[in-house]
Write a protein that binds this ligand. Structure first.
Ligand SMILES: [Zn+2]
Ligand SMILES: [Zn+2]
Length: 326
């Protein structure tokens, strides 16, 4: 029998596919593969980016304070943004958590780590992993992401951004392109800030808190120390130097927060149809390996930064040996 080339981190699900980077930053270019990755279903644009763009549109057109109010810091409109963010975090995290961990709708199918989430009272602040995770998500992530969002909205209303607002009628292609580029920028920013967070001093000061989640659930995604939230959401500051529209930065901040929830949900795929077994891609196995082994996979599969800087774990035993020499 052929030897299994894949590493089996916790006896749970692991994709029987060698992890590889998306066909964007490849040389020579692979236009066919790139277009397929961009347009196929499931692929880069849909379902998930389109899903988060949809949330941004609903937020902007139905739950956004009037632009005329953004020029001064006033709790009336800031609280609308804050509660909208709290609501979205609770909604999305509860959806994945209820489905996977309370109803156990797909049992252990596609679950990376078969152990339950942490319940040892003494090990977790507030008595359990989920409670601790909820605390940091609601009381640190939500206010800090709101602070960034409000700051950019205020700067925008006062004309402090380098470029005026993009207009989708005048520049429709650029307008759409920005939506596609935001997640790529976010991955780059995440790699850089995350890599720095693994420097010993930063790891000990704040990043250790996120890594208490070796086995991750949806609420682990935003369970970070407040200093880390300041790093993590600083991705939004790019709007000071790149021409965008407010709907772009709403999408940007929301997908930065909500994608983390989905990415940590612990289930590689979301079973949509139990009978046929049809499932959509869900969490990030690449990032799961980071939680399991720490010193690998600092970014995501969109940009091959981990490959360029020698920290890429592709899920195989060989790759593991090369990285950890055992
Ligand atoms: Zn993580
Ligand atoms: Zn880390």
């Amino acid at each position: 029998m052929k030897e299994d080339i894949f590493l089996d981190p916790r006896g749970g699900y692991h994709p029987r596919k060698i992890l590889d980077f998306d066909p964007i930053f490849v040389w020579p270019p692979k236009p066919k593969a790139f277009l397929a990755w961009l347009l196929k279903f499931p692929g880069y644009i849909w379902p998930w980016n389109l899903f988060y763009i949809g949330i941004a549109f609903i937020s902007y057109y139905f739950f956004q304070p009037a632009m005329s109010s953004w020029s001064t810091f006033n709790l009336d409109w800031i609280l609308i943004v804050f509660f909208r963010n709290v609501f979205l975090i609770i909604l999305l995290a509860s959806f994945w958590h209820t489905r996977f961990f309370i109803l156990r709708s797909q049992d252990d199918k596609f679950k990376y780590n078969l152990a339950p989430l942490g319940k040892e009272k003494k090990a977790w602040f507030l008595g359990s992993q989920t409670k601790e995770n909820i605390f940091w998500s609601v009381f640190s992530a939500a206010p800090i992401m709101t602070a960034y969002e409000v700051f950019v909205m205020w700067a925008f209303a006062n004309d402090y951004l380098l470029f005026p607002m993009l207009n989708w009628i005048e520049t429709p292609i650029l307008f759409c392109l920005i939506f596609l580029l935001i997640p790529v920028w976010q991955v780059f920013h995440f790699y850089v800030t995350h890599r720095i967070s693994h420097w010993k001093i930063f790891y000990k000061t704040f990043h250790f808190l996120h890594h208490r989640n070796v086995n991750t659930g949806p609420w682990s995604g935003l369970s970070m120390h407040p200093i880390e939230h300041v790093f993590y959401f600083s991705t939004l500051l790019i709007h000071f130097v790149v021409p965008t529209h407010p709907i772009h930065f709403i999408f940007h901040i929301q997908q930065t927060a909500l994608r983390a929830i989905q990415g940590h949900s612990g289930y590689d795929q979301l079973v949509v149809n139990k009978k046929s077994g049809y499932a959509l891609p869900n969490a990030s196995y690449f990032h799961y390996l980071h939680h399991k082994y720490f010193e690998c996979n600092y970014g995501e599969l969109t940009i091959p930064l981990d490959k360029w800087f020698g920290s890429f774990h592709n899920g195989t035993k060989d790759s593991h040996k090369k990285l950890f020499k055992n």
